[in-house]
Each structure stands twice: as structure tokens, then as C-alpha cells.
Write a protein that binds this ligand. Structure first.
Ligand code: HAM
Length: 424
């Protein structure tokens, strides 16, 4: 074992895997950009109380999983466990909500949760997220969901399903909560589950143990007790999803790990991932901004797991992004040739062609091996004598064919070839 290892539960992404990581992240972000979401880059750590108040003291995320510490100024800070609270803080602080509404923002980056590491569950996880703030319109809920769905599909992913429900609003949730508690207190629950029923009864509905599932099979469901307003909102979201061709299944027992959700709530689930099957999730959070000291504005958003999307693509046998690091690999034999090919490599890079060069004094055989290993489609081969003659060998690494090309025509020759490759 080496002296230092990455912290437990934290993945390193190295080439070639990292190219896929970037492609997933950028693909998901692109879907958001196409719908008018502007990128925000926010702090990775914030005041601890922002998350305690925003995400909810009773959630596992806040009570068990936060990376919290005192900085050198004795302020309690926390590595962000999720993105929504920080976005709300920034929106309030900078008065973004005084501009055009909805404010549509997107972000990507690392989040931190001290969870027990396992396949697909990391302590540093990566998300792409969006938040649309300030307009309570079910069509916007549908847009947010469609952006996530479209992002996954743009990567070629298709073995997932969207689960959706409504968690109601202030006008119906408190009554429903009482009703559910009444039902749960009538059951023969163990001590822990009973306590959970007191603090957050909805979570008991998400209990995976068969005997609890059986006992709660007839529990009242929020969906059957929505206020008229919340029901109309939910029906319109579904109508919009139908119109947009976004498939979904209604899961009235869905429970999310964060407290701020109201009305529309959803999760993207992939069956190829085992226990950690959630590749993304989100929902509406109509009371959050006020709770954090801002105006009483609504909001909706999602967080998509980049790490898990990558695993889901692997499970489906799909790759995204460049499978090779370079397009062209230059193999110089001799010092003059190295000088000439280094110049050509720079010119190719300037023309947007990914180009590498064999460094060190390598034999022809070992340099060609490096060229093959690089995944490049084309090798440039030249010895000092070729330089004198003003030519460079251009070798197709797929077919093995090689032609001599005048040094000053190499860039356009390579571009033309790549154009041909692209046309195929
Ligand atoms: P979340 O469901 O807690 O929501 O996380 C979103 C996604 O992040 C999950 O579906 C999962 O793919 C990924 N994820 C979460 N924890 C881990 C982990 N330990 N390891 C790997 N991946 C993980 C939120 O964070 C909300 N802020 C989403 C949101 C935005 N809701 C409204 N706006």
C-alpha cells in the first residue's frame, strides 16, 4: 500500500475515465443551458446554520452526515452537502430575486456527505443542479423535470425511470401529517420507528423492512389528501410532462432526504445500480427562501449525480466523451526531427487538433507503441533526413498506411483527413 491514499469514499477520476466524467457533467449542464439556466459558481463551504436551517435539523444529511468544523476564526463552517441552500443564500444576498423572474440558475461541482461508503455512495459526490426561483407555475416544474430527463437522454442513457409525487403544501400537509401520525401510532412499531413517526412520519412510509411495509400498506397517502390548489398544480405538471413526452410513474410513497420539499417532488431511478439507484432528484421548495430570511418566493430544482450517471452508463455498456486523449501523435527520430515535429504539434493544436509528441529518446519501436497506446488516429513520423527533404510521414494508425507529405502541408492534410473521418 502506498503511504497516502485518497480519503475513504472519495473517488479519483483519471484518464481515460475522467474524459467520460467531463462528458457527463458537460452533457447534463448543456441540457440546462439550452433551457436558459445561467451558470453560478458558489462556495464549497458555508456557514453551518445555513444548512441546518435550509436542509432541516432532523434530516440524516444535517444530523449525521455533515463535514462541519471550526475555521481558524472559530466560525462553524460546513462543506456543502447539497446545492439548493447555497443558491438561495446567494440569490438573497445579491438580490437576484429583484431581477427578472424566474431566476434560472445552474451549477456543478463537489458536495460532501459523511455517509457509509459503498458502490455508488461517496463522501465527495458530484452533482449538476438547477434552481428556478420566483415563479409558482406547474409548467416550470415540468420544464425542470424535462431538462433532467433530456440531459440523461442526451448521454444515451435510457434504463431509468422518473418517479414523481406531490408532497402537498401548507394548506394540506399539516392535516395529513396528523392523519398519518394517528395511523402510525395505532401500529405496533418498535421504539426507533415510533420516534421517527413523531419527528417525520413520512419517513416511516419509506421504510424498506418487509414487516413495516406490510403494516403501513393501508396508510393514508398525501396524494389522496392534497388541497385543491396542490392537486390542480400536480395535475397540470403531469399534463405538461405528457405533452413533452416525458414518461413518469407516480410513486405516492416517495420520501426525499431533505426537508424543504413541497408540492412536486421527483426522483430518477436507475435499475442497473444496486442499492444506490437514485441518479437524480429534486422538487419544489416553496417555503425555503422565506425560511432563510428572504422574500416569500417559490422555487424548484434538481440535483443530478454525476458519479452515479457515469456508473449507470457503464451498467448500460455505453461510453461518452473521447475514448482517446489525442487525435495525432508525433514520432520524431533525431533532434532536428523533434524540433520540426514540436513546431507541427503546436500548429496542429492551434488548429484545434489534439496532438501529443513522443518525448525522451525513444527507439522507433517504443515511440510507435506509445502512438498506438495514445488512441490517436494519425501518427506523424519523421527522421532528421525527412526534415532535410522537407517531408513528414503521415501514418493512418487504423490501416497502417503511410504517405509522405510536405512539412508545410501537414496541418491542412491532417485537417482534411479528420474532416473525412468526421464525414464517415
Ligand atoms: P439529493 O437527492 O440529496 O438532492 O441528491 C441528488 C443526487 O445526488 C442523488 O440523486 C444522487 O444521484 C446524488 N448523490 C447524493 N448523495 C450521493 C452520494 N453519497 N454519493 C453519490 N451520489 C450521491 C439534492 O441534493 C437536492 N439539493 C436537489 C435539489 C435541487 N432539489 C431541489 N433543487
Amino acid at each position: 500500500m502506498t503511504e497516502f491514499q485518497a480519503p475513504k469514499g472519495v473517488p479519483d477520476y483519471l484518464p481515460p475515465e475522467s474524459a467520460r466524467f467531463v462528458a457527463v457533467r458537460d452533457g447534463l449542464l448543456q441540457s440546462a443551458r439550452l433551457a436558459g439556466y445561467g451558470y453560478v459558481e458558489l462556495p464549497v463551504f458555508e456557514d453551518t446554520s445555513l444548512f441546518a436551517r435550509g436542509v432541516g435539523e432532523s434530516t440524516d444529511v444535517v444530523s449525521k452526515e455533515m463535514y462541519t468544523f471550526a475555521d481558524r476564526g472559530e466560525r462553524s463552517v460546513t462543506l456543502r452537502p447539497e446545492g439548493t441552500a447555497g443558491v438561495m443564500r446567494a440569490v438573497i444576498e445579491h438580490g437576484v430575486d429583484r431581477g427578472a423572474l424566474p431566476a434560472k440558475l445552474c451549477y456543478s461541482g463537489p458536495f460532501f456527505r459523511y455517509e457509509r461508503p459503498q458502490a455508488g455512495r461517496y463522501r465527495q459526490l458530484q452533482q449538476v443542479g438547477v434552481e428556478a426561483i420566483g415563479v409558482d407555475d406547474p409548467a416550470l416544474d415540468a420544464e425542470v423535470i424535462a431538462v433532467a430527463d433530456g440531459g440523461f437522454r442526451s448521454l444515451g442513457l435510457d434504463g431509468f425511470r422518473l418517479e414523481i409525487t406531490s408532497l402537498g403544501d401548507d394548506s394540506c400537509r399539516p392535516q395529513y401529517r396528523e392523519l398519518l401520525q394517528e395511523f402510525l401510532f395505532g401500529l405496533d412499531l418498535d421504539e426507533d420507528t415510533r420516534r421517527r413517526a413523531e419527528i417525520n412520519p413520512l419517513r416511516v412510509l419509506d421504510d424498506k423492512r418487509p414487516h413495516v411495509r406490510e403494516m403501513t400498506a393501508d396508510a393514508p397517502l398525501m396524494l389522496d389528501h392534497l388541497s385543491e390548489v396542490a392537486k390542480a398544480h400536480f395535475d397540470t405538471v403531469l399534463a405538461h410532462l405528457d405533452a413533452l413526452g416525458v414518461p413518469y410513474v407516480i410513486n405516492p410513497r416517495m420520501v426525499r432526504g431533505l426537508d424543504y420539499y413541497t408540492k412536486t417532488t421527483f426522483e430518477f431511478v436507475h435499475d442497473g445500480l444496486g442499492a444506490q439507484s437514485g441518479i437524480g432528484g429534486g422538487g419544489r421548495y416553496d417555503g425555503l427562501m422565506r425560511q432563510l430570511g428572504g422574500r416569500d418566493l417559490s422555487g424548484i430544482g434538481f440535483g443530478l449525480g454525476v458519479d452515479r450517471t457515469l456508473l449507470a452508463l457503464q451498467a448500460e455498456g455505453r461510453t461518452v466523451g473521447h475514448t482517446s486523449a489525442v487525435d495525432v501523435f508525433a514520432v520524431p527520430l533525431g533532434d532536428e526531427a523533434k524540433l520540426e515535429l514540436a513546431k507541427l504539434a503546436a500548429a496542429l493544436r492551434g488548429a484545434g487538433v489534439r496532438t501529443d509528441l513522443a518525448y525522451g529518446d525513444r527507439s522507433m519501436k517504443s515511440a510507435m507503441k506509445a502512438a498506438d497506446r495514445s488512441g490517436a488516429a494519425i501518427a506523424l513520423v519523421a527522421g532528421d533526413r525527412d526534415v532535410e527533404a522537407g517531408t513528414v510521414g503521415v501514418k493512418d494508425l487504423g490501416t497502417g498506411e503511410q504517405v509522405d507529405v510536405a512539412a508545410d502541408a501537414v496541418v491542412s492534410h491532417v485537417l482534411a483527413r479528420m474532416g473525412r473521418v468526421r464525414l464517415l
